[in-house]
Design a protein around this ligand. Structure first.
Ligand SMILES: C[S@@+](CC[C@H](N)C(=O)[O-])C[C@H]1O[C@@H](n2cnc3c(N)ncnc32)[C@H](O)[C@@H]1O
Length: 465
């Protein structure tokens, strides 16, 4: 993919699944304690295709303006990058331990955890597109490890799912004055060919295609694409337009902390990244892929895992990656979601990083929709089982925490919401009816300006005993 650009805490809550089990108070408390912290260039790529968009031809070696720059500030000129496009990378480059199924096939089965990952992605984009397009005339979605665009049985992959969110959005018309740029990159040639076909068919089936939606597919390594974007930005001294980067590889290769930090250093850039816990855990103390792990983490601190076992080791590796996303990438908030595989072990974590409170608030809502019992875990084992009862999170730990944190104080519901979203595993939606209402019934809080008991509209003040 030829690229150029002016685009721009994690918690581990209760081990419930989206289908069962309200979160257990003890487990939630433990996990609360352990896990929660808020904490290019302009190169022509033979494999890359411009789909329907004249502006994208700018990336194909002739043109001079980046579609990825923040518009409105400065038009952007590209210069050729000197690098020669290389052939699509081989399977070897994908990762060290092939811990995910399907890594050898062009198209593979959609596993329940992948469907859950897509739910998180689309649930978030559904909110991100309209919120950001209100203030920005250009938004960028980068799917750096896009896959073939489809799964066995014609189930849609992440590129199609992302497009669907926008094309089927109820507020699509209200977003028509913003430009949306979708960059789908896949390194393996056979998968890229499939992806390109899938995306072209998608566009053909959605005619007339909206003029404000640009789509580009490319066949290269994510590193190469990202370096190209950075080279261009550096040359032009431009900022990336608001960007949501979905970084979803197999294994641990190709997503160095250094690269992510440089690419996503711009204010409104966000990251949703796959962290291959299974591989990291297996190799952290083995010594044979230390260089690769050092790149992944951006530090060699992971070696300290050698002294740890079991859940302590898991928490350590999780927290190290999380704190690196915060410290090295500069994300103010990082929130993780755990995926349990068919054997009952942690396969991987998805980490979301943002500098924006609204982003964190939204992602937490989406995570709680996927895991109604705890907002933090999905398990392949229990996937597909019938929901036997309506899962309601246990808010007692939150009630206790608020009572302690705000003892004797008078604060607004807005302050409480900030606290809940940033400092606890809970989502904003748990605050009023599920937490403050019972606290008021128990006499722990009162309100001097409340119109109706048990309700907490904006600006309501809450007095803690
Ligand atoms: C987990 S799959 C992507 C799945 C896709 N995001 C989805 O949700 O439908 C990872 C993909 O990354 C590709 N890949 C591996 N190494 C890559 C690299 N360095 N750069 C870009 N893509 C790569 C693999 O060929 C594979 O298709």
């Amino acid at each position: 993919m030829s690229v150029t650009t002016s685009l721009t805490s994690g918690d581990v809550a209760g081990r419930s699944t989206r289908h069962r089990r309200p979160v257990a108070t003890k487990a939630l408390k433990r996990l609360w304690q352990t896990g929660f912290r808020q904490a290019g260039g302009r190169c022509y790529r033979p494999g890359g295709r411009v789909i329907r968009e004249q502006e994208w031809t700018l990336f194909d070696g002739h043109a001079t303006r980046s579609t990825l720059d923040s518009p409105g500030t400065h038009p952007v000129t590209f210069r050729s990058c000197n690098t020669t496009w290389k052939a699509c990378t081989s399977t070897e480059s994908v990762g060290v331990a092939m811990s995910r199924s399907g890594e050898k096939d062009t198209v593979w089965e959609l596993k329940p955890h992948t469907a859950a990952k897509h739910q998180l992605l689309t649930g978030y984009l559904k909110a991100w597109f309209p919120i950001l397009s209100r203030w920005n005339s250009r938004l960028v979605f980068i799917d750096g490890f896009a896959g073939p665009g489809i799964y066995k049985g014609d189930k849609p992959g992440s590129p199609v799912q992302a497009l669907d969110v926008l094309l089927e959005h109820t507020h699509k018309d209200a977003m028509s004055s913003s430009e949306f740029i979708f960059m789908f990159n896949e390194a393996e040639k056979d998968r890229y060919d499939k992806l390109d076909t899938v995306v072209n068919e998608y566009i053909a089936n959605h005619q007339p295609w909206p003029a404000n939606i640009k789509v580009k597919t490319g066949c290269d390594s994510f590193e190469y694409v990202a370096e190209g974007i950075l080279k261009h930005l550096e040359e032009q001294k431009k900022n990336l337009a608001p960007t949501f980067a979905f970084v979803d590889p197999f294994g641990v290769k190709g997503l160095s902390m250094d690269l992510l930090s440089r690419l996503l250093s711009f204010d409104r850039c966000e990251l949703f990244v796959y962290f291959d816990f299974n591989t990291v855990n297996r190799f952290a103390a083995a010594g044979n892929i230390d260089d690769r792990l050092a790149e992944l983490f951006g530090t060699d601190q992971f070696k300290r895992a050698a002294d740890l076992t079991g859940s302590e080791r898991k928490t350590f590796l999780h927290d190290l990656y999380q704190s690196q996303l915060m410290d090295a990438c500069g994300f103010k908030y990082v929130k993780s979601f755990e995926m349990i595989n068919e054997t009952g072990h942690t396969g991987y974590f998805l980490f979301y990083g943002t500098r924006n409170f609204m982003g964190l608030k939204t992602m937490k809502e989406v995570m709680w929709n996927v895991d109604p019992g705890g907002g933090a875990v999905f398990s392949d084992i229990l996937a597909g089982q019938d929901v036997l009862f309506d899962i309601k999170p246990d808010t007692l730990p939150l009630q206790e925490d608020l009572a302690q944190q705000f003892r004797g104080k008078r604060v607004s519901v807005e302050t409480l919401e900030q606290y809940v979203v940033i400092e606890t595993p809970y989502a904003a939606k748990h605050l009023k009816k599920a937490t403050l209402k019972p606290m008021q019934e128990r006499g722990i809080i009162t309100s001097p300006n409340q119109k109706r008991k048990g309700t907490f509209p904006a600006k309501t003040l809450v007095q803690f005993a």
